[in-house]
Design a protein around this ligand. Structure first.
Ligand code: NAD
Length: 358
């Protein structure tokens, strides 16, 4: 690596409002700025209460609440939501909830071109990306389209107070993973590197505080701030081995999204670190540690998160298939991706032993 600066960075038109209570106090104003008069609120069954509060705040501008979001956006679920938006004559959508709700809002935006406002309640970061995902016959397809990037994102730490600690921790490490891979992405840039390092620092500290005091609005705010930065990194760069591997483990083997990211991240970083020493050093600085993969593994342990794929229910017999599938696709990664390399990452992640460079 040379020290000569060479990068491109595209600023995307997203307006971000961040404040406690903003879901109710700011969403109507964001709809008005966009000139929306008939918005459909989308959410999952568990997030319906927050979504109804947003709907009430929107008053007559809200033409319905569609509470059928499901993990990984099954195509049938997207079809029904698109029909609901059309039947209601909606001119925009507001998605309230985690990555699944934002994902459903994006599916509506993709098909109809309706503008989307996101009000996230987890740290997934989807709200800051132009990436959509749809699952059909058990296979998840993803793509990039500027249409699905929310026009406005309303961050309200109060919405995240109800996020259980285990989910907060794994969702937070899922966000950290976006920043880690952005640091060594082929299209990284100085601004992305700043956001990534600060995002990891903010989230790692905040997660400890959230675990100690889940109702602390200050800790929740710091965590959501970190999630915004990490989500911005995800939206600005191409992800590598870590995200591909988690995609395979989730898509083909049904492993849970955020938990899988939490288990796998230290092992992929240990694997990639020799080929991406500056990225590993930035993560170590952010974690105030000598070795970034070990620090991530220890963080997960301290916060009571799962640390092995065995714990998540993966069968040892599936490791070779998962490795072959992950190595069988082409994508950028600092170290060339081989089935043997992925298998050694998977074996270590399966066992949950301390991560070491192999
Ligand atoms: P999720 O939205 O399914 O939420 C996980 C669980 O937490 C759900 O049961 C939900 O009801 C519950 N929940 C959410 N917010 C809550 C709150 N504040 N209090 C209590 N419970 C709450 O999952 P996620 O981890 O937020 O997102 C994962 C999904 O998002 C995956 O499908 C992933 O592929 C997608 N994703 C997409 C992108 C992108 O750029 N397209 C980025 C990140 C994630």
């Amino acid at each position: 690596m040379t020290n000569v600066l060479d990068f491109s960075y595209e600023t995307r038109p997203v307006r971000v409002v961040f404040r406690p209570g903003a879901a109710v106090s700011a969403t109507p104003g964001e709809a008005e700025r966009l000139g929306l008069r008939r918005v459909l609120v989308v959410c999952g069954a568990r997030g319906a209460q927050s979504a109804r509060a947003v709907a009430d705040a929107l008053g007559p501008v809200c033409v319905g609440v569609h509470d059928r979001a499901r993990m990984h956006v099954p195509v049938e679920v997207a079809d029904v939501a698109v029909q609901a938006a059309r039947a209601a004559g909606a001119d925009g959508c507001v998605a309230v909830g985690g990555g699944s709700s934002v994902g459903l809002g994006k599916a509506i935006a993709l098909r109809t071109g309706l503008p989307l406002i996101a009000v996230p309640s987890t740290y997934s970061g989807s709200e800051m990306t132009p990436v959509w995902g749809l699952t059909e016959h058990g296979v998840k397809r993803t793509g990039r389209d500027a249409k699905v990037l929310p026009r406005s994102v309303v961050y309200d730490p109060e919405l995240t107070l109800s996020l259980p600690v285990p989910l907060s921790v794994t969702s937070g490490v899922n966000a950290i993973a976006h920043a880690v891979e952005a640091l060594y992405a082929p299209d990284t840039s100085p601004l992305v590197a700043l956001m990534a390092e600060e995002g990891v620092r903010a989230l790692a500290r905040a997660l400890e505080a959230v675990a100690a005091e889940p109702t602390s609005l200050e800790a929740r705010g710091r965590a959501l701030y970190g999630a915004w930065l990490c989500g911005s990194c995800l939206g600005a760069t191409i992800m590598g081995l870590h995200h591909q591997l988690c995609h395979v483990l989730g898509g083909t083997f049904g492993l849970p999204h955020a938990q899988t990211h939490t288990v796998v991240l230290p092992y992929v970083l240990a694997h990639n670190a020799p080929a991406a020493p500056e990225a590993a050093a930035a993560v170590a600085r952010a974690l105030d540690a000598a070795d970034a993969p070990t620090a991530l593994w220890e963080l997960a342990g301290r916060l009571g998160a799962p640390r092995s794929l065995a714990e998540l229910g993966l069968a040892e017999a599936d490791l070779a298939t998962a490795a072959a599938q992950t190595a069988g696709q082409a994508y950028a990664n600092p170290r060339p991706v081989t089935a043997d390399g992925v298998l050694s990452v998977l074996r270590a992640a399966y066992a949950g032993t301390p991560p070491t460079a192999r």
